[in-house]
Design a protein around this ligand. Sequence first.
Ligand code: HEC
Ligand code: HEC
Ligand code: HEC
Ligand code: HEC
Ligand code: HEC
Ligand code: HEC
Length: 347
Amino acid sequence: MKMLNRLSWMVGLTLVAGMSLMSCTKEGPAGLAGKDGKDGEDGIDGQDGTATCITCHDNTQALSARTMQWENSFHATGGAFNRNTGECAVCHTSQGYRGKLAGTYDPLATGAKIDNPNPPNCYTCHDIHETYTPADLALTMSGAVALYNSTESFDFGKGSQCASCHQGRTISNFPVIGGPDITITNTRYSVHHGPQANTITGIGLFNIGEGLSNSLHTTMITDQCVTCHMAPGTGAESGGHTMWMRNASNGLNTAGCISCHTDAAALAADVTALQTQVTDLLTELKAKLDAKGITAPGSDNSLSGTYPPVVAGALVNYRAISEDKSKGVHNPTYIVKLLQNSIAAIE
Ligand code: HEC
Ligand code: HEC
Ligand code: HEC
Ligand code: HEC
Ligand code: HEC
Ligand code: HEC
């Protein structure tokens, strides 16, 4: 009892000491009590920063499969993306192509050049990392493609993306039937490599003679290049983003043909027959060009000189059809007839 009393006395003393200490600090009178605040509301959850990313960067392996294929394509391995100046950079570098589409790269400006060039890659054909949503897989180019050496355009469906690069370049002195002689001063007289858009449509070549007409491939195959070259193929050797039509183990990839050519054996025979015929016609035409002195045996380079328009025009056709590399398949009836007419035009 005595202890308890003593304890409460000590507690009391401590409180008094504390109060007297507090009262040493001088404070003004307390303000009026404020109004009760409104209860807060739950905030909206922040957006998941990676939600749209994983629509592409997921575990389906869709991107990595395309990357594997692309790595085996000539787009990735060809090496010609060092052609990174002026007009060349528009088709040979990814940034030049996108820059031309966006109007930020002017190939004709003095000193036009793409530094740190990339070859055609994911960012060339798709809008990758623009909205960071699946919409970015859209193709960067669509609709009709204006073809050089002509005033015409052609819509290749999804293949317009390809055709915008895979077409002949401008020839300043393009031969005209019955027009003036053509003076050639360099070894490259013709429409350049990869004129597939021209051979497929019959536009922009030296269309000489009667009876030229496109095959049904021109109008029936709505996505053109994409239908045949990007059909599912063999691993990363053909088809898809490799763009290759043929591979060592399985030969020609006919996955894009069979919806129309239902008989596989007949198709194989037709392709062989056509490619043999076109190869022979090219050899025959080349011999005539050599005889005219516009080329020399063993080389496709043009030799300087002045030539009748039909000879120069036949050279344009010869080189375009060689560089087309399908040996007729792109446009069977037209390619065969154009070679025959070119041969006939040179006496
Ligand atoms: C439309 C599909 C798509 C979406 C959506 C997408 N990406 Fe990508 N991403 C790609 C492709 C295609 C590549 C290039 C792959 C290659 O080069 O092989 C890539 C590459 C990358 C790379 C590798 C570095 C590079 O730039 O090449 C990173 C990192 C990346 N993405 C992050 C993201 C992030 C973060 C998001 C979301 C904010 C995102 N991606 C959304 C398709 C996509
Ligand atoms: C940005 C321009 C560009 C686009 C778009 C483009 N290509 Fe190419 N392609 C090239 C260039 C340039 C080469 C040659 C690469 C090199 O030599 O480095 C090439 C090479 C190729 C080759 C190999 C040619 C050979 O000599 O064996 C094929 C096949 C091909 N492309 C098909 C396509 C298809 C199909 C498309 C559309 C899906 C396409 N390309 C779109 C520029 C392009
Ligand atoms: C309209 C688009 C376009 C332009 C412009 C262009 N090229 Fe090309 N070039 C191509 C395509 C497509 C190929 C691939 C053709 C193929 O292999 O079937 C190619 C192929 C080449 C090749 C052969 C590459 C190889 O490995 O077989 C060389 C060399 C080349 N171009 C140089 C040039 C130069 C130099 C310029 C500028 C003076 C130029 N190109 C402008 C589209 C273009
Ligand atoms: C030369 C042009 C070109 C290049 C380069 C290219 N693509 Fe494509 N890609 C296409 C075309 C054309 C299609 C449409 C094919 C179809 O419809 O059959 C396509 C389709 C796709 C698809 C399927 C889209 C869908 O809607 O199902 C994916 C995924 C894709 N590409 C990823 C890539 C990646 C990753 C790269 C780089 C490694 C790449 N592409 C490079 C032209 C290209
Ligand atoms: C009817 C289907 C078909 C269409 C459409 C088509 N190609 Fe081809 N392409 C072929 C075949 C078949 C070959 C010859 C392959 C062989 O014999 O090795 C070929 C060859 C090529 C080559 C030579 C390299 C290779 O793969 O052998 C290029 C480059 C090419 N085509 C580009 C294009 C472009 C660009 C387009 C659209 C403008 C296009 N092709 C449209 C079927 C097609
Ligand atoms: C959309 C339909 C379609 C597709 C896809 C297609 N073809 Fe054709 N092809 C035709 C038609 C129709 C003809 C015959 C009429 C013509 O040439 O005008 C033809 C003709 C041909 C010929 C000439 C045959 C002859 O009798 O002279 C060859 C070779 C050929 N195609 C190969 C191919 C190859 C190879 C592929 C795939 C890489 C392919 N075609 C894809 C419709 C198609």
